[in-house]
Design a protein around this ligand. Structure first.
Ligand SMILES: [Zn+2]
Length: 156
């Protein structure tokens, strides 16, 4: 699926650049990337570093998606879910914000998402299986939703 109604640069400007200047955005993105590495996480969202209301997360992909490759760390700015497929799977997930606990979470098998990168370029990609769970996990952090609200605590 390709979105071509509104030029990417305009979307980025409308939704984000007027709220936070690019140098600040770069600082936040760099901190997210560094801390994701340090903490050995799949992904990390701005609110987890105390940047409340800042719609940015980084995520390491487990599979190729669109022009991104497996193991790429994608920067998702102002992310949106476009289509969420109805078939679900059960994922076991953990979260740096709730240490030492695992949760069983029901996740869709496929989602179609839209987000912007640091250059303001729009990306519309389809994600499958594990990448869906991880993307939604980080997306939920932006909404203030944590695993204990969407999953069942399990002992593994
Ligand atoms: Zn988390």
């Amino acid at each position: 699926m390709t979105l071509s109604v509104v030029p990417a640069q305009e979307l980025y400007i409308n939704h984000f650049i007027k709220i936070i200047e690019r140098p600040i955005t770069e600082i936040i993105v760099n901190q997210l990337k560094e801390q994701r590495e340090v903490l050995k996480l799949d992904g990390l969202a701005a609110p987890q570093l105390g940047y409340m209301g800042i719609p940015i997360f980084v995520l390491k992909l487990r599979n190729d998606a669109g022009k991104f490759k497996k193991d790429d760390v994608i920067v998702c700015i102002d992310p949106k879910i476009i289509i969420c497929k109805t078939e679900y799977y059960n994922a076991v997930e953990k979260c740096a914000s709730i240490p030492n606990v695992k949760f069983l979470v029901s996740r869709p098998k496929c989602i179609d998402v839209l987000f912007f990168d640091l250059n303001g370029e729009a990306h519309n990609i389809e994600l499958y299986n594990q990448d869906v769970g991880m993307w939604l996990h980080e997306y939920h952090h932006l909404l203030g939703v944590t695993l204990d609200q969407v999953g069942v605590r399990i002992n593994v």
